[in-house]
Design a protein around this ligand. Structure first.
Ligand code: TYD
Length: 201
C-alpha cells in the first residue's frame, strides 16, 4: 500500500506522518516513511541542490531535478518495499510537482507535467493521498521561526497558486482525501486512520 501526504509548507504533514507510522507500528504492520525529494543518497544530494537558496535555476531544470530524484526513490526504495508488502508512506510525491512546478512556477503545461510525473514515478500511483488543507496565513505563521529554503522564498502569490493546484488535484482525483489542517493533530490523525484502516480491511 502506498500512501502520500501533501500540502503547502507548514500544513503539519510531518506530525501526521509520524502519528500514522506509530499507529501502524502498534498494529504490528510494517511501514516505512520516505521523503521527497530525498530517500536515497543520490536523491538527497539532488534535494540539497534544489533547496539551496544560493543556486538559481530555470523552472524546467527544477522540474527535471525533482523528477530525477523521484525516479531514483521509486526504483531504489518504494517499489522494492511495496513488493515486500511494506506500507510506504511518502512525505510528498508527484502531486507536489503539479502544485509547485505546474501551478506555482508555470514551468510547463499541466498535461506535460502529468506525463513527466508518470515517467518519473515509473507508473506508480498512490492508493491514498492525504491533502492537509490550510490557509496561507496560518501556514506562514507556523513557518515563521524556520529558515526559508529556495522554494519557500518564492513568496505569497506563488503559494496562492500552489494551494490552488492542490485544490484542483483534490477536486479531480478519487484517491485524494482533503482534511482541514486547522484542526487539532489528534483529530486529523483520527480522520487519517479511519481512511487507512478502511483500506487495510
Ligand atoms: P518538504 O520536505 O515538505 O519541506 P520541509 O523539509 O521544509 O518541510 O519539501 C521540500 C520542498 O520542496 C517544499 O517546499 C516543496 C518542494 N517540492 C516541490 O516544489 N516539488 C516537488 O515535486 C516536491 C516533492 C517538493
Amino acid at each position: 500500500m502506498l500512501i502520500s501526504f501533501e500540502g503547502i509548507d507548514g500544513c503539519g504533514k510531518t506530525t501526521q506522518i509520524e502519528l500514522l507510522r506509530e499507529r501502524l507500528n502498534r498494529e504490528k504492520l510494517p511501514a516505512e516513511v520516505l521523503r521527497e525529494p530525498g530517500g536515497t543518497d543520490l536523491s538527497e544530494t539532488i534535494r540539497g541542490i534544489l533547496l539551496n537558496p544560493d543556486i538559481m535555476m530555470n523552472p524546467v531544470t527544477e522540474l527535471l531535478l525533482f523528477s530525477a530524484a523521484r525516479s531514483e526513490l521509486v526504483t531504489q526504495k518504494v517499489r522494492p518495499l511495496l513488493e515486500q508488502n511494506v506500507i510506504v508512506i511518502l512525505d510528498r510525491f508527484y502531486d507536489s510537482t503539479v502544485a509547485y512546478q505546474g501551478f506555482g512556477r508555470g514551468s510547463l503545461p499541466i498535461d506535460a507535467i502529468n506525463q513527466m510525473n508518470h515517467v518519473a514515478a515509473h507508473g506508480l500511483v498512490p492508493d491514498l493521498t492525504f491533502y492537509l488543507d490550510i490557509g496561507l496565513s496560518e501556514a506562514s505563521e507556523r513557518r515563521k521561526d524556520m529558515e526559508e529554503d529556495r522554494i519557500e522564498r518564492a513568496g505569497q502569490s506563488f503559494y496562492e497558486r500552489v494551494r490552488e493546484g492542490f485544490n484542483y488535484l483534490a477536486d479531480n482525483n478519487e484517491r485524494f482525501v482533503r482534511i482541514n489542517a486547522a484542526q487539532a493533530p489528534e483529530q486529523i490523525h483520527e480522520a487519517v486512520w479511519r481512511r487507512v484502516s478502511a483500506l487495510l480491511s
